[in-house]
Design a binder for this molecule. Structure first.
Ligand code: UD1
Ligand code: CA
Length: 451
């Protein structure tokens, strides 16, 4: 498509009443990303590609989401929701600038790909005034039907306006259209609202193109790519289709998925080489997994960076702001949040590490809790390198544990522990002093041998 300029208009002003939700439809998520962000990601990018998003009058959050996904997108407001053609005209100023190709895409069709949009633009180059994306629907109920005669697109009939014979047609309008950008305004401004709903239907553009003696064509694609989401059931179907796509892409990229159908990925999950993911793992947005890392079964990970050769789970929960260094090990029933665990750190059992920094090679014993919240504010725990935190310790933040320090099991640490110090708190029966001594002796020995 080099050389041709484009304007993509994303329609996102609908109320989405059929979702029965107070969240605007296009902000619902598929694979951890809003429907709108998915669509915006597929829109042409780069020099000569303009982008406009049409939103409802009371949807500042939709505008914010659009700007987050594509900062250069122009936002237009459709004050009254009078139909898809009316919505397109809300962006009249952008259309009037006259790009070569005008793409209209619906904000509720998240599986659309950039490749298909490019394919839809191709007929414009050879003189068509309008290209409509069509698909064969397993259940065409609710979709506009494409009326085709001898290979020519005659009209699109909305479900509510269709007669029984027309409803039997399974070739449907995906909602994605490409117009000759210089003729688009003339065509769309001619659309009326003589239909069951009394709305200005963009689909009527086909008849107008024909009346003007211009050519309208259909480009077909598969149903999975153009599922329109009007209901929660359709949202779930789109999730399924997107997950299938993401799993396939991960497998192709060399990720080992032991049981792909049980693993949930996010649209932005990134993988290094030789990553293994065991069954029943849920990965939310913002996760990167570096080379050689293994995610064991039943782990839940959101907004986390997992370092090379790290091991997570089984049954681990990594919450936002977790960063694991090379070879770090997070074991079963461990929760982390806003925590950096440097290379070689081990937290193998039953711990909560939140608002914390743990230096390289420290060992955090079973049941250790960073007590980060005092009922009013969150506080930080800093643990140095090579420290040993005995089992069932409570580290009451804000608190610092120095490099090489040893905290005896069962301790409740409320004061900073200096480097290499031994802390055994509030636990008269604690018999681990001996252990601490041996640990330090061992470390001194290994230091000596290394030097
Ligand atoms: C539309 C098509 C139908 C097609 C189907 C594919 C029309 C008239 N019908 O029907 O042929 O088969 O999509 O999924 O185009 N919107 C606005 N402002 C409005 C009305 C809608 O911005 O005034 C936006 C909605 O936010 C949505 C999109 O346009 O993103 C489509 O609207 P929707 O009501 O979902 O149309 P469908 O009934 O699904
Ligand atoms: Ca729809």
């Amino acid at each position: 498509m080099t050389g041709r300029t484009s304007l993509t208009i994303v329609l996102a002003a609908g109320e989405g009443t059929r979702m029965r939700s107070s969240t605007p439809k296009v902000l619902h998520q598929v694979a951890g990303q809003s429907l709108l962000a998915h669509v915006l990601k597929a829109a042409p990018e780069g020099a000569g590609s303009a982008l406009a998003v049409v939103i409802g009058p009371d949807h500042a959050d939709v505008a914010a989401e659009a700007s987050k996904a594509r900062p250069q997108a122009a936002i237009f407001i459709q004050r009254e929701r009078l139909g898809t053609a009316h919505a397109v005209l809300a962006a009249r100023d952008a259309i009037a600038r006259g790009a070569d190709d005008l793409l209209v895409v619906f904000g509720d069709t998240p599986l659309i790909s950039a490749a298909t949009l490019a394919r839809l633009r191709a007929p414009l180059k050879s003189g068509a005034a309008l290209a409509v994306l069509g698909f064969r629907a397993a259940d065409p109920t609710g979709y506009g039907r494409l009326l085709v005669e001898e290979g020519r697109l005659l009209a699109i009939r909305e479900h509510d306006d269709a007669n029984a014979a027309e409803r039997a047609i399974d070739l449907c309008n995906a909602g994605v259209m490409a117009f000759d950008g210089r003729k688009a305004l003339e065509i769309i401004e001619n659309i009326g609202h003589a239909n069951v709903k009394g709305e200005y239907y963009l689909t009527d553009a086909v008849g107008i193109v024909r009346d003007l003696g211009l050519q309208a064509v259909v480009i077909e694609t598969g149903e999975d790519e153009v599922r329109g989401i009007n209901t929660k059931a359709q949202l779930a179907e789109a999730e399924q289709a997107m997950q299938a796509r993401l799993r396939q892409a991960a497998l192709q990229a060399g990720v080992t998925l032991v049981a792909p159908d049980t693993v949930y990925l996010a649209a932005d999950t990134s993988f290094g080489r030789d990553v293994t993911i065991e069954p029943f793992v849920v990965i939310g947005p913002g996760v990167s997994i570096a080379d050689g890392a293994v995610i064991h079964a039943f782990s839940h990970i959101v907004q986390a960076a997992i370092g090379r050769n790290a091991s997570v789970g089984p049954y681990a929960r990594l919450r936002p702001g977790t960063s694991l260094g090379e070879g770090a090990r997070i074991g079963n029933f461990v929760e982390t949040k806003a925590a950096t665990l440097e290379a070689g750190v081990k937290v193998n059992h039953l711990s909560y590490i939140g608002d914390a920094h743990v230096g390289a090679n420290s060992n955090i014993g079973a049941g250790t809790i960073t007590c980060n919240y005092d009922g009013f504010a969150k506080h930080k725990t800093t643990i140095g390198t090579g420290a040993f935190i005995g089992t069932n310790s409570s580290l009451v933040a804000p608190v610092k544990i120095g490099d090489g320090a040893y905290v005896g099991s069962g301790s409740v640490i409320t004061k900073d522990v200096p480097a290499d110090a031994l802390a055994v708190e509030r636990s008269p029966q604690n018999t681990r002093e001996g252990g601490a001594r041996r640990y330090r002796e061992m470390k001194t020995r290994s230091k000596t041998t290394k030097d």
